[in-house]
Design a protein around this ligand. Structure first.
Ligand SMILES: [Zn+2]
Length: 132
């Protein structure tokens, strides 16, 4: 596992172990049984995302995210513009995307391209309100 947000891969793996144990003990729900806390997606892959992997904070810091929201959140530095467009569409305008059932970065790359097409003529822009 890669380092993230000041936490080493080993710290993140330890945090994942704490989360898995908490799920197994029923302390927190399995993320596959609850909706994404950002977009409300309740189908396809959902994970817990954490910004703070400190053992004492990880449970309260865990947020259930669908695959798209999770991957977009992690690409916020590499693809800042597409990430901003994605979260504006999802949170401010209620844009809904189809669920993702398998890790598929082609889906994500295609979506990022579409999100960045806003400088093109209007007829070529994606419709923010058009559900796929
Ligand atoms: Zn989501």
């Amino acid at each position: 596992m890669n380092s993230y947000n000041g936490f080493t891969g080993a710290q993140r793996e330890h945090g994942d172990k704490i989360l898995k144990e908490a799920i197994a003990k029923g302390v927190i729900p399995d993320p596959m049984t609850i909706p994404c806390e950002i977009c409300g997606q309740d189908k396809g892959i959902r994970h817990y995302h954490c910004e703070d992997y400190s053992p004492q904070n990880i449970i309260s810091n865990a947020r259930c995210l669908c695959w798209r929201c999770h991957m977009m959140l992690h690409s916020r530095f590499r693809n800042a513009e597409a990430t901003a467009q994605y979260f504006i569409g999802v949170t401010l305008y209620g844009k809904k995307y189809p669920p993702v059932y398998h890790h598929n970065f082609e889906v994500l790359d295609k979506m990022k391209e579409e999100l960045l097409r806003r400088d093109k003529p209007k007829e070529q822009q994606p419709d923010l309100f058009d559900n796929e």
